[in-house]
Design a protein around this ligand. Structure first.
Ligand code: 2AM
Length: 222
């Protein structure tokens, strides 16, 4: 038997194809522009730490954008993260590596910390979703599997990417508690949909038309 072990990546996930990545970045800009221009948004800036509505530019607020748009399925930290070897060893992970998948974006959301796209994973994609993905970051709550699935589109300075999934679960937790959010308007065009506000600067637009993006399941070793 070989003494060499398989190298584990920083993370496994679905990586957006270049064309769809470019277009999702544009969609993200469009979302932030339209959201920032909503009267209802301008009236509720406190959570974002701005007193003066003329000072808030959401595109600037989310100063950091990921180099590669993706949905993380399993954060391995090159093997240091709990459960990463077990994850990588699964037949379904090996078999799916470098395969193409269509991801379905159902909503876009912004919080004072992060902006992201909510994904609805298919049955096939859920096979690649770790059983404890939600519990890992919110151990006290119970969520349907795949609730945390997202693409980070941007983060405020000093905020880590991992926050995006935690913020998404915060929305879902409120929805599970029966809160639908305050209906505060509609966005149009590529980001058409109803805007809901959940206090503390939590904004979500449920897209009238889901956005589909092509991706490749793979590992990031950078
Ligand atoms: P993200 O999935 O929300 O974008 C590299 O840092 C990637 O791994 C990022 O995409 C990041 O967040 C994700 N990531 C970082 N730390 C993580 C953690 N502890 N758990 C899950 N994903 C993490």
């Amino acid at each position: 038997p070989s003494l060499e072990k398989d190298l584990l990546p920083l993370y496994f996930g679905w990586f957006l194809a270049k064309r769809d990545e470019d277009s999702l970045r544009k969609t993200s800009h469009e979302f932030l522009e339209q959201l920032g221009n909503l009267k209802a948004f301008k009236k509720r800036l406190q959570a974002y730490g701005y007193e003066d509505k003329h000072k808030l530019d959401l595109l600037k607020h989310f100063a950091k954008t990921p180099n590669i748009l993706h949905c993380t399925s399993k954060f391995c930290d090159y093997g240091k993260a709990a459960g990463s070897e077990e994850y990588a060893r699964q037949e379904v992970v090996k078999k799916s590596y470098s395969k193409g998948y269509t991801l379905h974006i159902t909503a876009l959301f912004a919080t004072p910390r992060t902006v992201g796209a909510r994904l609805e994973l298919t049955e096939e994609q859920l096979l690649l979703w770790p059983l404890d993905a939600e519990r890992e970051v919110m151990p006290k709550d119970t969520f349907p599997r795949g609730s945390r699935a997202h693409v980070t589109l941007g983060t405020a300075a000093e905020v880590q990417d991992v926050q995006t999934g935690i913020d998404l679960l915060e929305f879902i937790k409120l929805q599970q508690a029966g809160r639908e959010g305050e209906s505060l308007g509609e966005l149009t065009g590529s980001v058409a949909g109803k805007v809901s506000y959940f206090d503390n600067g939590l904004w979500m637009v449920n897209l009238s038309r889901k956005i589909e993006v092509k991706s490749i399941f793979s590992g990031y070793y950078g």
